[in-house]
Design a binder for this molecule. Structure first.
Ligand code: ATP
Length: 236
């Protein structure tokens, strides 16, 4: 599904001492889609995101819009138009939503940032723009950290567990916001543990286990995949 390939990983491998955390992963994310990256705890999902965004050393290649970014530092990848969020984003509790989001605009240096109003609007945060982050629900806090990456106007947005810590109602609500983002043309690679969210939202899904891709396909294929069920039950 989707348009041209925006982000591609080719044979990406990450080793931590004797541990091969990511083991020869090939993955592609097409324009205008949400691609899910799932797998049991310790499967290598965050490490793969770190490799793609330059926070950890890897072999293989990471390409954005056909350009090899492998030798670039994290901030250079942001300038090259790759945005990301982190599993544990620290927000400035006493500052407003707007103030927390504009922090991210500096990262886009050299490229046109998305306007603040557009960013707030896309994330449904306009009505709380001046509210201190400390007063927000967990779901909205996640959107603020997404806003911080989005304001840099990335061609692809890498999200590390945005539904972490959300109850199912908030997670569904977050899913709707992410769908709106996708429909506005933002391309997303999403890690999450909430299977309901991933299976309902994503256009395409990769499943990692022990650092390798064990399944890849549309949600219906992943739902029916025996190896995926086994991996989640811990029988492989
Ligand atoms: P989770 O769903 O629990 O967040 P994950 O799929 O994101 O897990 P990773 O955090 O990428 O998995 O971890 C993959 C493997 O690499 C694990 O075996 C982990 O222990 C190991 N690992 C991760 N970071 C490091 C590190 N900095 N040093 C050594 N080993 C690491």
């Amino acid at each position: 599904p989707g348009g041209d390939v925006v982000l591609r990983a080719r044979d990406v491998q990450v080793r931590y001492g004797g541990v091969v955390a990511v083991d020869g992963v090939d993955l592609e994310v097409r324009e205008g889609t949400i691609v899910g990256l799932i797998g049991p705890n310790g499967a290598g999902k965050t490490t793969l995101l770190d490799a793609m965004s330059g926070f950890t050393r890897s072999t293989g290649a990471v390409e954005l819009l056909g350009n090899d970014l492998s030798s670039l530092k994290p901030h250079q990848r942001v300038r090259a138009s790759m945005g990301r969020t982190f599993q544990h984003t620290e927000l400035y509790e006493d500052l407003s939503v707007t103030e927390n989001i504009v922090v991210g605009a500096a990262a886009a240096q050299g490229r046109e940032p998305k306007g603040l109003d557009e960013t707030l609007e896309l994330l449904g945060l306009s009505d709380v723009a001046e509210v201190p982050v400390a007063e927000l629900s967990q779901g909205r806090r996640q959107l603020v950290s997404i806003g911080r990456a989005l304001i840099g106007n990335p061609r692809v947005l890498l999200l590390d567990e945005p539904a972490g810590g959300l109850d199912s109602r908030e997670s569904q609500w977050l899913g709707q916001r992410l769908r709106t983002l996708r429909d506005s043309g933002v391309t997303i690679l999403l890690i999450d543990h909430d299977m309901h969210l991933v299976l309902n939202l994503c256009d395409d899904i990769y499943v990692l286990n022990f650092g390798k891709v064990i399944a890849h396909g549309v949600p219906a294929q992943i739902r029916a995949d025996r190896a995926v069920a086994d991996a989640y039950l811990g029988t492989t």
